[in-house]
Design a protein around this ligand. Structure first.
Ligand SMILES: Nc1nc2c(c(=O)[nH]1)N[C@@H](CN(C=O)c1ccc(C(=O)N[C@@H](CCC(=O)O)C(=O)O)cc1)CN2
Ligand SMILES: NCC(=O)N[C@@H]1O[C@H](COP(=O)([O-])[O-])[C@@H](O)[C@H]1O
Length: 206
């Protein structure tokens, strides 16, 4: 039974999808804690409702990123996670922090990486007139949104799409994809080896 810690910064709809998948047995694990860098976000309410410790490590209370990350990792390590899930966690992490969790830390990013790392992906898709968009789950490395991709799901962009409609379409895919990939890491089907992502002992090349 894998020990999961989830980091959030906001609404927590991906957290909710993972909570639901643990509850229905699709994920062989338990969520030991949910940690937010922002206080009062709805994702913390989701955790409390599910009976999961909901903790805030407010990055604005620290004078440096290093001090914030030290507090964050001390909090995380109390729960000794096998899997660390970034679910809408909106802080760029240092290489030192990433190294400490390398190979057990996942992120979901709302674009078809390597297109559009960073923020405001839906806006950029619309600005560029892209006809395809999507979401990616990857191992977290020091390179922002540059870690080995494990899985992606794509959607079609239509002429009447807005940032809001794209977010809705993307998140419908995310809420199916992320719990599946988390379950693969929990049951050992997916691994981080030699700087690459492996599924069922085959290198994933996306
Ligand atoms: N070293 C890494 N850190 C993080 C990664 C990663 O792959 N490597 N993934 C991100 C998640 N992310 C996109 O998927 C992302 C999150 C936040 C930002 C960003 O610019 N954050 C700003 C603050 C924004 C805010 O607080 O609203 C910042 O940290 O200054 C870019 C991409 C998580 N971290
Ligand atoms: N760059 C990171 C990023 O933009 N992540 C995105 O934030 C949303 C969080 O929603 P949620 O809080 O409802 O899960 C998700 O769509 C996720 O892909």
């Amino acid at each position: 039974m894998s020990n999961i810690v989830v980091l959030i910064s906001g609404n927590g709809s991906n957290l909710q999808a993972i909570i639901d998948s643990v509850k229905n047995g699709a994920i062989e694990g338990r969520i030991s804690a949910v940690i937010s860098n922002r206080p009062g976000v709805f994702g913390l309410e989701r955790a409390e409702k599910a009976g999961i410790p909901a903790i805030t490590v407010d990055h604005t209370k620290f004078t440096s990123r290093a001090d914030f990350e030290q507090a964050l990792s001390q909090t995380i390590d109390q729960y000794q996670p096998d899997v660390l899930v970034l679910a809408g966690f909106m802080r760029i992490l240092s290489s030192e922090f990433v190294q400490h969790y390398l190979g057990k830390m996942l992120n979901i990013h709302p674009s078809l990486l390597p297109k559009y790392p960073g923020l405001n992906t839906h806006r950029r898709v619309l600005e560029n007139g892209d006809k395809e968009h999507g979401t990616s789950v990857h191992f977290v490395t020091a390179e922002l949104d540059g870690g080995p991709i494990i899985a992606q799901r794509s959607i079609h962009v239509t002429a009447d799409d807005t940032e809001e409609s794209l977010q809705q379409k993307i998140q419908q895919q995310e809420h199916k994809l992320y719990p599946e990939v988390v379950s693969w890491l929990c049951n050992g089907r997916v691994q981080f080896k030699d700087g690459k992502a492996w599924l069922d002992n085959q290198v994933i090349s996306i």
